[in-house]
Design a binder for this molecule. Structure first.
Ligand code: ADP
Ligand code: MG
Length: 254
């Protein structure tokens, strides 16, 4: 059983410290949500975990399978079993979603075994069909060019399918703070619910309590001013919905 352990994480963007000693443990097999007001550093955490070059780690570590993943380039984090959903996925016209997924699977296989010759096409097709059925997706969707003219909901669907195909042990999903329509929200939630199980840990980063009506998290963490200031069960999200964040402000001296 693997877990992702974030310890005393400090991150700067330019000369501004955004994450100020964040601690969090995400066990495989659990779904955790991070909630918090705008500007609190939620997306900074997601980008840092992805290895975005603008986010400078000044202190702390993120341990997975005995390694500090902050020392690894993004693709090696993925090969280790961590899936990081992109908030704004790029379009690749001319490359079908199926081909993209096959390339992603093969890159991972190759990283784990340099002699690997790639997933046989029949096996790939079967895996793709199985996962699309599990996620209630129309098989024709896999033939579309990646993100080319995709709606917000379709981008989310492609992202969830990618997660299903790569079978990560830890998945980190950052939700857009605005414009995440109810359709996209539903797609993400249904996908997470279909894929959740003992082999997958999920961290859902969200501005909205709303998503938690669709995903029942095992734990909820509240982030303010670059730190986790409160953790609890799903009832914490309900408390937030009713009372907002004000009752927590004194904890960060804001
Ligand atoms: P959240 O996702 O919780 O709304 P963010 O992580 O996006 O918060 O932002 C936290 C703070 O970091 C904000 O004050 C934001 O202005 C700043 N910030 C984030 N990314 C950048 C960036 N690339 N350049 C400059 N400032 C940034
Ligand atoms: Mg954000």
């Amino acid at each position: 059983m693997s877990e992702l352990v974030i310890r005393n994480l400090h991150v700067r963007v330019g000369d501004k410290e955004i994450l100020k000693g964040l601690d969090l443990t995400l066990p495989q097999g659990e779904v955790h949500a991070i909630m918090g007001p705008n500007g609190t550093g939620k997306s900074t955490l997601a980008y840092t975990l992805m290895g975005h070059p603008n986010y400078e780690v000044t202190e702390g570590e993120v341990i997975f399978k005995g390694q500090n993943i902050l020392e690894l380039p993004p693709e090696e984090r993925a090969h280790l079993g961590i899936f990081l959903a992109f908030q704004y996925p790029v379009a690749i016209p001319g490359v079908s979603l199926a081909n993209f997924l096959r390339a992603a699977i093969n890159a991972k296989r190759k990283a784990l075994n340099p002699d690997d010759e790639g997933i046989p096409i029949a096996e790939f097709r079967k895996l793709l069909m199985d996962k699309m059925r599990l996620l209630n997706m129309d098989p024709s969707f896999a033939g579309r060019y990646l993100n080319d003219g995709f709606s917000g909901g379709e981008k989310k669907r492609a992202e969830i399918l990618q997660m299903a195909m790569l079978e990560p042990e830890i998945a980190i999903l950052d939700e857009t703070d605005s414009g995440l329509d109810i359709d996209a929200l539903r797609i993400v939630s249904e996908g997470v619910n279909a894929l959740r199980g003992p082999d997958l840990g999920v961290l859902v980063i969200t501005h909205y309590q709303r998503i938690l009506r669709y995903i029942q998290p095992d734990k909820v963490h509240i982030m303010m001013d670059g730190r986790i200031v409160e953790s609890g069960g799903p009832e914490l999200a309900e408390h937030l919905e009713e009372h907002g964040y004000d009752w927590l402000r004194e904890r960060v001296g804001a």
